[in-house]
Write a protein that binds this ligand. Structure first.
Ligand code: GDP
Ligand code: MN
Length: 404
């Protein structure tokens, strides 16, 4: 699960990680108030207005409606509300959002930490993630902060420092010093960076995260090290033991169909094709998607209704698939092991009647317990539903309906 920058910074602060201070706001007026409060707390008179969306590249990204960037500097208190107005409610397109962009509902009003007029601040890159191939966590760092790290990795991979952590002994103090040293730091900045990395790693482990990315980490002209940006990815499978973090979920950032499917206990992933499919079991779902491709179609989704599929889950699955305008046909491929085929067939017919107005042909392949009885229910329903017993038969019917 992803969380917003403003939430991530609060989490990091709780573990002693120094961050750029800020206050979140959802209206231009609240942004103005936030700036006043921030000035009282930090003494800052320059402010950074930052769009809060679950995607990076905001600084270079553009708000479609106003042309504003997703991260802008306000050098006067009076400018804050206007700059926030140009971002709030707009659609931010960055290299990570895709061309459709993401709607901005909140902005973070942050203190300017680049000390204008002072000597050059220095930006670093720092991330912690699980290296699946090596089976342990890795700290990655680079002096090339603030830039697109994928580009650095491609053009000058030697500029990325990696330190792997042995899960048996955990992060060792010498490893942290090694990273800070390789970043070319010395004196107070070195000490600050060591503290920063150690605290960050503690936060990473304690929150059961799968990825932290801090880009940029800033070294101020007075040698403070702090997080200017924070991307935190929490492990969904561990959320049950972090109720406070689970509450940070923002479903407006997620695909609405996937959210709806999740509520019904369905595993749904939207794809770009034209044949919707509903299957029980992930393996069968993948085989079915292959079959759709072989018959000349493209899968419109992955949908696993699970082993205990019944009329309710079938109906929920139907409704989700039908909301996708690209769908030209639906293939239901169910193996009747735990659930009997005749019950699935009745479920399909019931769901069909309950939804009404279904304009796409439906092919139902039932195999397993009571497959013949199931096929009979489908064939005798009088609806635009076709039954198939073998996979080949199902494929041919999909091909036939796609050709019209
Ligand atoms: P991202 O573009 O989504 O990664 O958002 P970031 O939080 O990394 O901000 C983008 C850029 O805004 C940073 O790389 C900085 O150059 C700039 N920025 C962020 N905070 C400040 C600040 O306090 N002062 C100034 N002058 N620039 C900032
Ligand atoms: Mn960033």
């Amino acid at each position: 699960m992803n969380i917003h920058e403003y939430q991530a910074k609060e989490v990091l602060k709780g573990y002693g990680v120094r961050v750029q201070q800020g206050i979140v706001a959802d209206t231009p007026e609240a942004a103005h108030e936030a700036a006043i409060k921030l000035n009282a707390e930090t003494g800052t008179s320059w402010y950074v207005v930052k769009a809060q969306i679950h995607a990076g590249g905001r600084g270079k990204g553009k708000i479609q409606e106003t042309g504003s960037n997703g991260v802008v500097l306000a050098k006067k208190l009076e400018e804050v509300s206007e700059k926030a107005r140009n971002i709030l409610g707009g659609t931010l397109v960055t290299h990570q959002t895709g061309p459709e962009g993401k709607k901005v509902n909140k902005v973070l009003i942050a203190e300017d930490v680049y000390y204008p007029g002072d000597s050059e601040p220095k930006e670093y890159y720092l991330s912690i993630l699980l290296d699946r191939a090596k089976g342990c966590n890795v700290i990655m760092a680079s002096t090339e902060g603030g830039m697109d790290i994928e580009e650095v990795a491609e053009k000058s991979p030697e500029k990325i420092i990696k330190e792997w952590i042995d899960p048996k002994v955990g992060l060792q103090a010498f490893q942290v010093r090694k990273v800070a040293f390789k970043l070319g730091l010395s004196g107070n900045a070195f000490k600050e960076m060591v503290k920063f990395i150690a605290a960050l790693y503690k936060a990473y482990e304690a929150t059961d995260s799968s990825q932290f990315e801090i880009n940029p980490v800033l070294k101020t002209s007075d040698d403070k090290i702090l997080a200017v940006d924070a991307k935190v990815n929490l492990d969904d499978n561990a959320l049950y033991r972090h109720k406070d973090l689970a509450e940070l979920r923002d479903i407006t950032e997620e695909d609405p169909l996937e959210v709806e499917a999740g509520k019904s206990g369905l595993n749904y992933v939207k794809l770009d094709g034209n044949v919707g499919c509903m299957v029980n079991g992930a393996g069968l779902a993948m085989a079915t998607m292959d079959m759709i491709k072989l018959s000349g179609g493209e899968p419109a989704n992955f949908l696993d209704v699970g082993g205990g599929a019944n009329a309710t889950t079938v109906e929920a699955g139907f409704r989700i698939i039908l909301q996708d305008p690209n769908v030209k046909a639906i293939l239901i491929n169910v193996f009747g092991g735990i659930v009997r085929c005749d019950r699935i067939a009745s479920g399909v017919v019931e769901a069909y009647k309950s939804i009404g107005d279904i304009r796409v042909p439906i092919i139902v392949r039932l195999q397993g317990t009571n497959a013949e009885e199931g096929a009979k229910i489908i064939d005798e329903s009088g609806l635009k539903v076709f039954s198939a017993i073998t996979l080949k038969e199902a494929a041919e019917k999909v091909q036939a309906v796609l050709k019209g």
